[in-house]
Design a binder for this molecule. Sequence first.
Ligand SMILES: Nc1nc2c(c(=O)[nH]1)N[C@H]1C(S)=C(S)[C@@H](COP(=O)(O)O)O[C@H]1N2
Ligand SMILES: [Mo]
Length: 325
Amino acid sequence: MIIKKRPSWALSHADVTPESVFLNRRRFMTGLAATAVAGSVLPRWSAAAQVPVQGEALSYTAMPRFSTDEAKTPLKDVTHYNNFFEFGTGKEDPAKYADEMVVDPWSVTVEGECGKPGTYSLEDLVKPVDYQERIYRLRCVEAWSMVIPWIGFPLADLIKRFEPNSRAKYVAFETLSDPKHMRGQRSFFSTIDWPYREGLRMDEAMNELSFMAVGLYGKALPKQNGAPLRLVVPWKYGFKSIKSIVRIRFQETEPKTSWNMIAPQEYGFYSNVNPEVDHPRWSQKRERRLPSGLLSTNWIETRKFNGYGEQVADLYKGMDLKKYF
Ligand SMILES: Nc1nc2c(c(=O)[nH]1)N[C@H]1C(S)=C(S)[C@@H](COP(=O)(O)O)O[C@H]1N2
Ligand SMILES: [Mo]
């Protein structure tokens, strides 16, 4: 169910946020404050939260099992060649305009088929978390790709805390809606029915590769990469990796997703990276690995499930991936 008419996120947030969330965030870092928003209380944890703050370093444990020998895409490309349509359609628009987005304070509303619905502050969400660094490939449906060192935590760990029930077959995500600060949402030409939406089947969401990122290259996520909290599902086309998440909903039916709503023949719900299934308007057999210039375009072969088949192929056993593209 999509709620179309509701106050802007900024307004509703102001309505529900207790002033404790506005206190000096150092308090949260010392682990003294255990603050829940709107009466929702998650289990208490002893660990001190390290709340991502723009521009600041995060501590983390490198995870060799979730890494790669491939050259990392330079930070400059990772942060200046982006898709974040809330800030425009040009690849450089997010780096130019995402700074207008307000990411502090931040909260996420959790709803639907689960035992712990509510609105949670970012501090609450990261309180028990030990950050990991995972170096993943990101393959955009537009046939370019990057290798990005993310910092974050398994999506499964977050989901378990909300106690989804047996009717929770899917999990839906929504990005912030704030046309005042997101010029792409004000655009008359926009074809997206905001907010940006994405979703996963529950077993996909619980897969060990599904990751909630709060940082990259050792620091809090830049706004253009989806601060303060974004999904990373490395075996699917990049548009599934939804940025700046403010809503998580557990549901029985397959959620609506933004690109599927715009062009269902071109962008499926699953959108697993698959060189055997071309986009109707271009081949998916190869990809341009960034950095890529005029002299060295750096085309490489695209791998099924973006090279993560060992971890995820079982999720799709018996499914016709040409039909469920
Ligand atoms: N909210 C939101 N999330 C989004 C997008 C977007 O436009 N809005 N673009 C997607 C697409 S198409 C890609 S390829 C990746 C790009 O992530 P990056 O800019 O961090 O590399 O973000 C995805 N997440
Ligand atoms: Mo993309």
